[in-house]
Design a protein around this ligand. Structure first.
Ligand code: ZN
Ligand code: ZN
Ligand code: FE
Length: 765
């Protein structure tokens, strides 16, 4: 390096757009008395900076150490250059390069400084529902295209007033270059419309007051939020919650509750330190926490469960509404049962008209659907249950970069898709179950938008192995030169490997609902020796017929009937599973199972949980997939457990088979002799965990692997996840857990992308 140098060209990569980074650079430069300029170049930041050597060094240190809270710096590269002799420091217009891919900032919860202003009567934005700054507010949901400038967002409909413009251009202001800046004089408006009479509109504070009044009277309110509509109701009013359930056709699936602060969350729920951290992060996910029995929440919020999803208010509109309502509010996605969330005002009036008694609307258009994210703690581990608002679409890395751009279309249920380019994987926000036409349209819109945002033009599509899935047809319909099928559970394991940057083989354990196996059967409890390119099936749960096919996933007694068909001698122990079940229906199911008609053979761990719930008499018919398993987990609570045996057979040439029949018989007999179902639910978890660890040990020894990757929706069960981990570690196995994407099918598209990238690079495994 030459001596006496006084200028640098600095290149910063990472999430540095839409997070107040340029204003920060400006302030930093001015503070150190340096001259030059900063500009966005397709999401990366370019700086030219000149001045005294010491000041320059301090500036470069400050770039990393003092970066704004939402920025994520990947690299700072500084190269000496000739000083241009500029005076002052300026922010130049953004430069867009079509071939560059850049991260899109996710939406972020109202920051503390804005919250203080919101409730400060002296502030000009006092009670203004759209207050934001460079540290908070909408981003992904308002951005049409990049680079992130106001005219490329839905905020372009609002021209800043002179006072707002002054802030926007004042380097000393918190809102310097804040693209979503607005105020009551120039920004979006909020209003209330009673359902059916859209002419009696109340604007602003009066509208908010009417909305709160409706909620306090037990009414259902549709609220336009950041990424779509919510349906809100008084969470302490049992009648209101039941009304919402009835109108939404959502019988018993748990509903989330919104409160204003951590203190309020602690009134309704038991919140430990890890959960408190999650509740208060700027991403503001819904956090599953233990429900307080005496916390005042309506019992039907989460029937049969001991947890409740709690989220802290994350927009100024939420804060105002909750303050006026003066109670926790149910906040559930604004849709009918499984449809995508509504985002537009006319759409909401139409689709939610039969559900809501009133609408709290605004005129800032939502460009992208963006559901609430959902997380929970399992011991010290954060488990993601749904990744959307606050997290998506920040890129993840691929351990083996893909040689060609690709799109992995994801699974059938809980769909996300992934666009991959080089070592970057852009995992979409949660899309939903690919069953209805509306969800398919949502998928296509979101794919189109992310393709544009990230300038990824896929050449290869990746899909699930299942020939009949809608996602398979979507992949084929893209008309790309190659479509690569990836087995579902291999994708689960690959997703976990990829996020840990692991390419060496692992023991993959996928405990799941169902996925199409390479033998044409339905898989769902698989132990694989896997790397990214391939797998060998080392062990699986015993196959039993699932009478009624998909219907079995909602009917635990049918799963039990499958076990009885496979092994008739268990019938007496399974007696409780069929109590109250229509005898003709049961006879049909048993005939189906025995004859193998519409009764696919499945090795599903999810269905084993259903069978256990049925055998214990806990649940025979489910309202949603996974309900029986969630109730078993809740029932087990904190009880100490005993372990019963699952038998392991096979080995040698073929895979080992884990036979849970002795365990189910034990549970059924003990229950019938009067033992507590809760104790037995705890025993069931412990027995499965023990069998898992034993199998992993045995398989690990056989193939010489000592690292285990855990994936699959069954590991959303915190009790099972914790006890499996603990036992694996006791067996001296190293455990890789899904973290950023979670264990369920939301991770599948990323796993598909990781597998396909490895194949395209090294050939098929
Ligand atoms: Zn703010
Ligand atoms: Zn203004
Ligand atoms: Fe799965």
């Amino acid at each position: 390096m030459r001596a006496g140098l006084t200028a640098f060209r600095v290149h910063v990569t990472g999430l540095v757009q839409g997070v107040g980074f340029r204003p920060f650079v400006h302030r930093l430069a001015v503070r150190h008395g340096l001259a030059g300029w900063v500009r966005n170049e397709s999401g990366e930041v370019e700086i030219e900076i000149e001045g005294g050597e010491e000041e320059l060094a301090a500036f470069l240190r400050g770039l990393r150490q003092e970066a704004p809270p939402l920025a994520r710096i990947e690299e700072v590269e500084s190269v000496p250059c000739d000083p241009a002799g500029s005076d002052g420091f300026s922010i130049l217009a953004s430069l867009s390069r079509p071939d560059r891919r850049q991260p899109v900032p996710p939406d972020t919860a109202l920051c503390a400084a804005c919250e203080a202003e919101l409730f400060d009567p002296a502030d000009r934005r006092y009670r203004y529902p759209f207050i934001t700054c460079t540290d908070c507010g909408p981003r992904f949901t308002v951005i049409d295209t990049l680079p992130y400038d106001r005219e490329r967002t839905s905020m372009r409909a609002f021209r800043q007033c002179p006072e707002c413009l002054r802030e926007y251009h004042d380097p000393a202001d918190r809102r310097y270059h804040s693209e979503s800046n607005s105020c009551p004089a120039c920004g979006p408006r909020v209003w209330f419309e009673p359902a059916g009479t859209p002419d009696s509109i109340a604007y602003g504070d009066a509208g908010l007051a009417k909305a709160a009044e409706l909620l306090r009277a037990g009414g259902i309110l549709a609220v336009r939020g950041l990424g779509g509509f919510h349906l809100a109701a008084d969470a302490t009013d049992e009648a209101a919650v039941l009304r919402l359930r009835r109108r939404k056709h959502r019988e018993s699936k748990p509903l989330a509750v919104m409160v204003r602060s951590l203190a309020e969350a602690q009134v309704v729920a038991v919140v430990n330190a890890g959960e408190a951290r999650l509740l208060t992060t700027p991403q503001r996910p819904i956090v599953l926490v233990g429900r307080r029995v005496d916390g005042g929440l309506a019992p039907s919020l989460a029937p049969g469960l001991d947890t409740v999803g709690v989220v802290l208010a994350y927009t100024p509109l939420h804060h105002l509404l909750l303050e006026l309502a003066g109670r926790p509010l149910v906040m559930t996605s604004g849709n009918r049962s499984e449809e995508p969330i509504a985002i537009g005002n006319p759409e909401a009036r139409l689709r939610l008209g039969g559900i809501a008694d009133g609408f709290l609307l605004h005129d800032r258009e939502i460009v992208a659907r963006y559901d609430d994210s959902v997380v929970r703690m399992a011991g010290d581990t954060v488990v993601t249950l749904r990744r959307a608002r606050g997290y998506a679409p920040l890129p993840l890395e691929l351990p083996v970069p893909t040689p060609v751009p690709l799109v992995a279309v994801g699974p059938h249920l809980k769909n996300t898709f992934t666009l991959a380019h080089g070592d970057r994987a852009y995992v979409s926000q949660h899309i939903g179950d690919l069953e209805g036409l509306d969800t398919v349209a949502h998928f296509e819109d979101a794919l189109d938008r992310l393709r544009r945002l990230f300038s990824v033009i896929p050449e290869v599509a990746v899909r699930d192995l299942h020939p009949g899935y809608l996602s398979t047809r979507l992949a084929e319909g893209l008309g790309l030169r190659q479509v690569i099928p990836v087995q579902h559970h291999h994708a689960h394991v690959a997703a976990v490997m990829a996020e840990h940057a692991r390419t060496a083989p692992v023991l993959g354990i996928a405990y799941d609902g169902t996925g199409h196996g390479d033998d044409g059967r339905t898989w769902g409890a698989e132990l694989l020796a896997a790397d990214l390119a391939g797998y060998r099936r080392l062990a699986h749960l015993r196959y039993v017929p699932m009478p009624g096919g998909d219907l079995a996933a909602r009917t635990p007694w049918r799963v039990a009937a499958g076990y009885v068909a496979a092994e008739p001698s268990v019938a007496p122990a399974f007696r409780l599973a069929f109590q109250g079940v229509d005898s003709r229906e049961r006879a049909v199911a048993e005939r189906q199972a025995a004859a193998g008609l519409n009764a696919p053979l499945a090795s599903s761990m999810g269905r084993l949980f259903d069978a256990a719930a049925a055998v214990l008499g806990v649940r025979r018919v489910s309202d949603y997939e996974g309900q029986a398993a969630m109730e078993l987990e809740a029932l087990a609570g904190r009880r100490v457990a005993r372990e019963y045996r699952c038998e392991v057979t096979g080995g040698g040439e073929g895979p080992w088979v884990l036979d849970p029949v002795p365990l189910l018989v034990e549970l059924g007999e003990r229950r019938q002799s009067g033992e507590d179902a809760a104790d037995l639910a705890a025993d069931f978890h412990a027995s499965v965990a023990r069998a898992t660890a034993e199998l992993a040990r045995r398989a690990g020894d056989a193939v010489g692997l000592d690292t285990v990757a855990l994936g699959g929706g069954v590991f959303q069960n915190a009790r099972l996840l914790e006890s499996v981990c603990e036992r694996l570690e006791r067996e001296r196995l190293r455990v890789l857990l899904p973290r950023r994407l979670g264990p369920n099918d939301g991770a599948i598209s990323y796993g598909q992308a990781a597998v396909a990238a490895a194949w395209l690079t090294h050939g098929m495994g």
